[in-house]
Design a protein around this ligand. Sequence first.
Ligand SMILES: *Cc1c(COP(=O)(O)O)cnc(C)c1O
Length: 434
Amino acid sequence: MEQTKILLDENEMPKKWYNILPDMPTPLAPPLNPANNEPLAPEDLAPLFPMELIKQEMSSEKYIDIPKEVLEIYKLWRPAPLFRAHRLEKMLDTPAKIYYKYEGVSPAGSHKPNTAVAQAYYNMKEGTERITTETGAGQWGSALSLSCNYFDIECKVYMVRSSFEQKPYRKSLINLWGATVVPSPSPDTEFGRHILEKYPDTAGSLGIAIGEAVEDAVKHDNTKYALGSVLNHVMLHQTVIGIEAQKQLDKVEEYPDIVIGCCGGGSNLAGISLPYMKDKIEGTHDPRIIAVEPSACPTLCDGKFQYDYGDMAKLTPLLKMYSLGYDFMPPAIHAGGLRYHGCSPIISQLTADKLMEATSYHQIEVFEAGVMFARSEGIPPAPESNHAIKCAIDEALKCKQTGEEKTILFCLSGHGHFDMYSYDKYFSGGLSNE
Ligand SMILES: *Cc1c(COP(=O)(O)O)cnc(C)c1O
């Protein structure tokens, strides 16, 4: 029997993150100040982020050292395992080889702590006492709560109201690690009060919650803001995923023909794929790299590549990205982490340059793929990750038709232990595609 689980030793863990900015064939368009539409100066971001993260956001260094304190915490769950999906391959009767990198082994159950720990660390170094953030499904809120706890930083999470009510256990997890969490819109900010007055029954949205978290950070001197996806420094921190995966596939002498990630703000996709994108840009290999979106929020597939705000309050800088519009209200699909109107500028530019492909699937076929995965491999996947699984299955089935023995790699960005409500709905026929 061929190897199933490919592991790395602790001492083989990457010591540096890979920064793709200096390797981008088309340099990124600069972020603009929302007050005057001029390119942002680093100082403009200082009320929100510590200087070290602002530097990383604009860095031209190809590799950036992972601080020792961050590595020590990464070691609690990293290196993350890479699996060969023998049982799924058998179920599909495909000649393709399917590998998945499993990020659900982190304490919060997803890839998000890879950046949350780093962000909390740099904030601690620069004396931040309190961090605010938003969370949709609760994955990011729990990852940041976990990370602030390691560095004794207070943390306040504005959680989209519909999730706050539907996902009580993500909320409990945020509390367990010591953060405070309120449903957004909340009476705690001016923007929240304004929305509550106008739409008392609103289910909330990420755009509203970001507006609240940013306002809170700007109004308190000891407080900064943290974002769990989209920004360049977040993509940077997530590259530990792909660097590890490359080392693991090297051990079994494989190189992927196809690299797949689900895509909300783009961070787990960036994590698994940017180290491979480097090879593609340099011309040493030519893997296909695929972003998978929900059909209900198809940012890369249907959005416009344009400058747009990150939030509904129009407080964030304007970023050039694929976007469905800052006031887009996605339907309440069950992959909450993929319901964002915009996407990472790095992923957007690579897509515009045709180095990355994008595709989308409807909710029901995506859950069907997740169930197939759980019934072959065992792990119950997060609804977000089911999008990547669906695409990997489709590609493997194409290989069955053509007889090609392709190597497929995808990122299993998290487990679905807190998403059983959604699986129950799927089984009872209560899910719709819109
Ligand atoms: C947040 C989340 C996503 C989507 O965010 P990206 O930044 O696009 O990776 C995907 N999967 C899981 C498990 C998540 O928690």
